[in-house]
Ligand binder design. Structure first.
Ligand code: CP
Length: 296
């Protein structure tokens, strides 16, 4: 199966992947064997998604091949779909990130191997949201009824689009907090309200009040027409220790990373900060994802 959007997974499938991730975590360090090969095709920069998929494949005993656009025959004018068709013949799973929304879906249409979307433009990043759920279950023990403040550039952040869908499916309470003009697409909010009867509040005021989890994301400057506007908003929307006065003692702060200026450095050293653990959870979660897409 392909995993291109959060919409491709139902609750039962997600629960299966999260249970498998728990088992995978216990197996890390135990040698495993596999004849499978994974291709990581990243047309946009990545640290965590690419390296954690490559590590996950290695932990499972799989091999991986990497793809560098600038040294590929795309530079000679080969089409995207011809490129995918050829790589599809070499490997058993394709992991792809692309700046254009819909590119991963197009790859899945031409490839026979499972395709997993590692982020397509400002659209979706479903495996990030899976590792987020895994992190929340590890830290809070549950998702239903947990109060989430999702903070930042909700218009362009693909991680937030996938996460809101899953949080709504799992009956969390969500408050969406963004600078003016960077609100999450109202169509997605209507969709989760209709499908999951989701409770979603909307605000433009940075606050941790009532939150069990503060989930921040960066201002996605690369998706702004005006870079100066991105810088201005970034300065105004930064979480500092001051904002955490009045926070619940067991507040958890998450972030998909990379973080730039939206979380003050001083917060890294507080017990609230869980984003580096969250990034590590990408390994067992993506081991589970690779295993799942091969078997389904
Ligand atoms: N969270 C995330 O997608 O990080 P990278 O851009 O480094 O892959």
């Amino acid at each position: 199966m392909d995993i291109i959007s959060a919409r491709d997974l139902n609750k039962e499938q997600i629960e299966d992947i999260l249970k498998s991730a728990e088992k995978m975590e216990k197996k890390i360090g135990t040698p495993m064997e596999s004849g499978n090969v994974v291709a990581t095709l990243f047309f946009e920069p990545s640290t965590r998604t690419k390296l954690s998929f490559q590590t996950a494949a290695s932990r499972l005993g799989m091999k991986y091949i990497d793809f560098h656009t600038e040294f590929s025959s795309l530079k000679k004018g080969e089409s995207f779909t011809d490129t995918i068709k050829n790589i599809d013949g070499y490997v058993d799973i394709i992991i792809m990130r692309h700046p254009k929304e819909g590119a991963a879906r197009l790859a899945a249409e031409v490839a026979e191997s499972p395709v997993v979307n590692g982020g397509d433009g400002g659209n979706q990043h479903p495996t990030q949201a899976l590792l987020d759920l895994y992190t929340i279950k590890k830290t809070k023990g549950k998702i239903a009824g947990v109060n989430f403040n999702l903070v930042g550039d909700l218009k362009h952040a693909r991680t937030m689009h996938s996460l809101l869908y899953f949080l709504s499916m799992f009956k969390a309470n969500v408050k969406l907090i963004s600078p003016k003009g960077l609100e999450l697409d109202p169509e997605l909010i209507d969709e989760v309200k209709e499908k999951f009867n989701a409770k979603v509040e909307i605000s433009n005021e940075l606050s941790v009040e009532g939150a069990d989890v503060l989930y921040a994301c960066r201002i996605q400057a690369e998706r702004f027409a005006d870079p100066y506007e991105a810088k201005r908003v970034q300065k105004e929307f930064s979480i500092t220790a001051e904002h955490l006065k009045g926070a619940k003692d067991d507040l958890v702060i998450m972030h998909p990373l990379p973080k730039v200026k939206e979380i003050a450095l001083e917060i890294d050293h507080t017990p609230y900060a869980k984003y580096f653990e969250q990034a590590w959870n990408g390994i067992p979660t993506r081991m589970a994802v690779l295993d799942y897409v091969l078997k389904h």
